[in-house]
Design a protein around this ligand. Structure first.
Ligand code: ATP
Length: 136
């Protein structure tokens, strides 16, 4: 049963279901810019970039890291499918810092073949560090 005036917010990755909650509002970093969703939103589908999702439950705002993906928005549901995702409290900042260092080293060596991969790794690591540290 849908709770009245709520959105079912789900984040799914190949690693499993990361989040499934009844929330009041969801904000996503879409490829075309940030967008917010309230219950009753018109349905649409969009791609997401590496970055942050947030959701509001009452007065509490929570944050989730998302690695690319898609968002399917309906009037009562926001479904995010991502390559990987973590709730802010589940991010290991030391692991992200190590990943950041590795990606920076690879980029310094100008390994052209690996440039896109290293840039994405770096983007993921930077976003994870920011989300873990700022919003814990
Ligand atoms: P790493 O190089 O540290 O593996 P990555 O960006 O290559 O990082 P992903 O491919 O995005 O990692 O994710 C692989 C799995 O590891 C996913 O389940 C993801 O949620 C998890 N993961 C990656 N980095 C972290 C982190 N810093 N804290 C917690 N979980 C993480």
């Amino acid at each position: 049963m849908e709770k009245e005036g709520k959105l079912k917010f789900e984040v799914v990755t190949p690693y499993g279901l990361i989040l499934s909650e009844d929330v009041d509002e969801v904000t996503c970093s879409g490829s075309e810019g940030e967008f917010g969703v309230l219950p009753g939103h018109v349905p649409f589908f969009t791609t997401l970039k590496i970055g942050m999702l947030s959701y509001k439950k009452g007065n509490t705002v929570k944050y989730v890291f998302v690695n690319w993906g898609y968002a399917e928005v309906g009037s009562e549901r926001v479904m995010v499918l991502a390559d990987s995702a973590e709730k802010s409290e589940d991010i290991d900042p030391e692991r992200a810092k190590a990943a950041m260092k590795r990606a920076e080293e690879r980029l310094k060596k100008a390994e052209e073949f690996d440039f896109a991969r290293s840039t994405s790794s770096l983007e993921r690591a930077v976003a994870r560090v920011q989300i873990a540290e700022k919003f814990r």
